[in-house]
Write a protein that binds this ligand. Sequence first.
Ligand code: GAL
Length: 339
Amino acid sequence: MCRPPASGIWLLTNLLLHILGLSCTTASFGPQPETTVLTPGSIPIDTDGNQVHAHGGALIEMDGIFFWYGTSQKQPPGWLSTDINLYSSEDLAEWRNEGSIFNWQSIVGMPTGPPYRIERPKIIWCEEFHYWVLWFHLDLPSFGYPAVGVAKAETLQGPFDFVQVFKPDGRSSFDMTLFQDDDDTAYLVRSVENSFLGITKLAPNYLGLEGGICAQTPFQAEAPAVFKHGPSSYWILSSHLTGWAPNPPLLWHANSSEGLCGTSWYLMPQPATGPGSETTWDSQSTAVFPYQTEDGRELLMYLGDRWNAAGPGGVAQAGYVWLPLIPTAAPSQVILADS
Ligand code: GAL
């Protein structure tokens, strides 16, 4: 029998093991289970024996295969990534390198040539036009041209063709994410001028925007990760603005029959407590993955980056922290669980 959960990280591991039908080997309060989805803060080693570098990205599940994408290993000066990498897995534990799906050499329309800052890539499928779209924070290394980059590809394995760079509403755009609702309406959620999170609908072809900001948070936040829990209950998990250094999580909520737009976003009580929560267990949000179990249940997985700015190797050795997000009934809240 597996031991009871001592931490959220362990809980996530074992919920997934349970869901995936994998076994955990230990008796009562013994050592960690044999198969671990992700050791907190670590960098997994792929099937070629190399570190997995997929930072600021997200997971996609397709036909029983999990795909993990994100930016390539960050390099000094400025901790820049040249590529967006893709990995695949059947069990969220063993990862195959599917290679680079986008490289900064294909970017046109910036004030200068590379190097660029490409961060926080997010990919969604456009059913109407049958392609994948990739949006990311595109900038100069100095953060001197904060914009979004858009690319598209017929397969998730790419390569993604660059479409455009632009500043939504002509305003600076920093950390960003995409959210695709059940009706395929998609949204860009980004830090506008480092002052608030602004939400704008994507155009039907997902290659640009439709209209201006339709809703926003009342004050600044970054590292947005959007999820839905319940028919009209929307959430944004995010962070404060402290660069690569970790800080406590910020959680926003909206009840809306109109998706992310036309609604007010309210700041919820801090969704994490206890030792480590003041730094979100040394991590910053990048995505929330709604893991679907075979019997129709949903396990919300928080995906975060441990940037390691002050650690050995700096941001080049950034790792990952995945935690369960536990919905509570009364008062309605979502708790990021570690203990
Ligand atoms: C953070 C941001 C990261 C990265 C970092 C650079 O605020 O979330 O994506 O841009 O700043 O300092």
